[in-house]
Design a protein around this ligand. Structure first.
Ligand code: 4AD
Ligand code: MG
Length: 469
């Protein structure tokens, strides 16, 4: 007897034909309780948040075997599936045979009782996926990734793979992790003392990408509509609950889209994903709603039923200045031209409009070189989607398609373009209006799980001074 049934099937598929037959389940012990006649083992195999109750008639099992079954141990159990008498569960298993695959010494196994702090769980990142909370978050990560591919596939976008190692800094923020095989303690030098990257692996200075956008534009200007979905890397030294040094980004890029098309796609995309979470992650969402954030499900429902606001930056600044005039205190000053701080964004979203805001038409000085310039000479067609609790969840723009205007923006910013000839060629040969955006996958995960810290929505977070596991 060993035809394992994942526990999810016992709770989510019809079990009538299995009732009163012997089945096999395998998983990890969450708890064991009972009395001198019977033990109840809560078994979890990760396929669903719900534990399966295994009922053990102690008269039929060896004392020594039962002593070795403790929280964290891994078991294979043959037993009869029966309708459960207890409240709250539909079926349980009456154990007939138990094999211990691995014990977990109760003296040292760190996940004994419930209620560990998130900080402590980060220190045991190798074991935290075995907790209810992290099991729920990681299953939801999978469902959201699947939803992303589904959304774009249904719309006829092609999944386009952009490189992780690159010689160009898309965002121009100088936050790149260098990739080199040179001996860092003694690199080859040119006559002027500078490092001779011609002797490096790629024959030039390279780094991990901060965004797949520039290569994504090559995809859009040939295949029409593409999306990337991969890891990106930023060496920004921001120790906040919203920043990772390694995060996943989804970057669609579309030929022939204007600003209205772009913001419409941003809104449709997020609503599709949030609805997908409500439709496909019910048990995990209910758990997170009960244990982590009581307003979670209500907030998700409200986002799919409201229209997002379109707000020009200039109007946003007016609203903030009026708030200041009425006595609202911000830590950072507000005036036309400043890059909004998260307290400003959250005021607009959570207090003023009380719904998601898509801010558009930013001052060109605070945005990247590739954004389409407006006729006013001051603003560009950039968009940030601002969300309750998260702040910026999407950054995107219409792209400047005119070669001359693009070159002006590049020169104004003193961007070294010698490695970017291929990007400029898109504007030189058959240039076209196009637009795209980037959704931070972990920012989305914060929103759909209600978790407070971005370190807790990715299995193994990378942040300044942390690269364990
Ligand atoms: O606004 P960003 O920097 O935009 C770009 O990279 C564009 N090239 C995207 C595009 O138009 N194709 O980043 C996009 C999104 C942000 O809105 C945020 O959700 C997320 O990526 N993000 C981060 N997430 C976690 N940790 C960080 N350090 C992040 N930096 C950006
Ligand atoms: Mg941004």
């Amino acid at each position: 007897m060993d035809k394992r049934i994942p526990i999810v099937q016992l709770f989510k598929s019809p079990t009538d034909s299995l009732i009163d037959t012997t089945i096999n389940v395998k998983g990890w012990v969450r708890t064991k309780r009972g009395n001198k006649n019977v033990a109840f083992i809560a078994l979890n195999d990760g396929s669903i948040i719900t534990n399966l109750q295994v009922v053990v008639d102690l008269a039929k099992f060896d004392d020594d075997l039962m002593r070795r079954i403790t929280t964290g141990a891994c078991l294979s159990v043959d037993g009869k599936l029966v309708k459960s008498q207890g409240a709250g569960q539909s079926v349980e298993v009456q154990a007939e045979n138990i094999v211990i695959y691995g014990e977990a010494d109760p003296e040292s196994y760190p996940l004994q009782k419930k209620g560990h702090s998130m900080e402590f769980l980060r220190e045991i990142g190798h074991l935290r996926p075995r907790t209810n909370t992290f099991g729920a978050v990681m299953r939801m990560r999978h469902h959201m990734a699947y939803a992303i591919h589904t959304f774009f596939h249904q719309k006829g976008f092609f999944y386009f793979h952009t490189p992780l190692i690159t010689a160009s800094d898309c965002e121009g923020a100088g936050e790149m992790f260098q990739v080199t095989t040179l001996d860092v303690s003694n690199p080859p030098r040119r006559e002027d003392g500078s490092i001779d990257y011609e002797q490096d692996f790629f024959g030039k200075q390279t780094a991990l990408t901060v965004s797949g956008q520039l290569e994504g534009e090559l995809g859009a200007t040939s295949l029409g509509a593409i999306y990337t979905f991969g890891p990106t890397f930023r060496a920004e030294n921001s120790n906040t609950p919203r920043h990772l040094a390694e995060f996943w980004m989804i970057e669609p890029e579309m030929a022939f889209y204007d600003l209205d098309d772009l913001t419409a796609l941003e809104e449709e995309f997020i609503k599709f994903l949030v609805k997908w979470a409500l439709d496909h992650c019910q048990e995990d969402l209910e758990f997170l709603n009960n244990m982590i954030d009581k307003g979670l499900i209500e907030r998700l429902k409200s986002v799919i039923s409201t229209d997002f606001v379109r707000l020009p930056y200039t109007e946003g600044i007016k609203i903030l200045e009026e708030a200041v005039a009425k006595g609202h205190k911000f830590e950072f000053p507000v005036s036309w031209g400043v890059d909004l701080a998260s307290e400003h964004e959250r005021f607009l979203v959570e207090e003023h409009f009380k719904k998601p805001v898509i801010m558009i038409d930013y001052p060109k000085e605070i945005k990247a070189f590739y954004m389409k310039q407006n006729a006013d000479g001051k603003t560009v067609q950039g968009t940030d989607v601002l969300f309750p609790q998260i702040g910026e969840i999407i950054g995107g723009s219409v792209r400047e398609e005119s070669y001359d205007k693009l070159m002006t923006a590049i020169n104004e910013r003193n961007i070294p373009m010698k490695d970017m000839w291929w990007y400029l060629d898109t504007r030189r040969y058959g240039t076209c209006p196009h637009a795209g955006f980037g959704l931070g996958f972990e920012r989305l995960m914060l929103f759909v799980t209600g978790m407070a810290n971005i370190r807790d929505v990715i299995p193994f977070p990378r942040t300044p001074k942390t690269a364990e596991f």
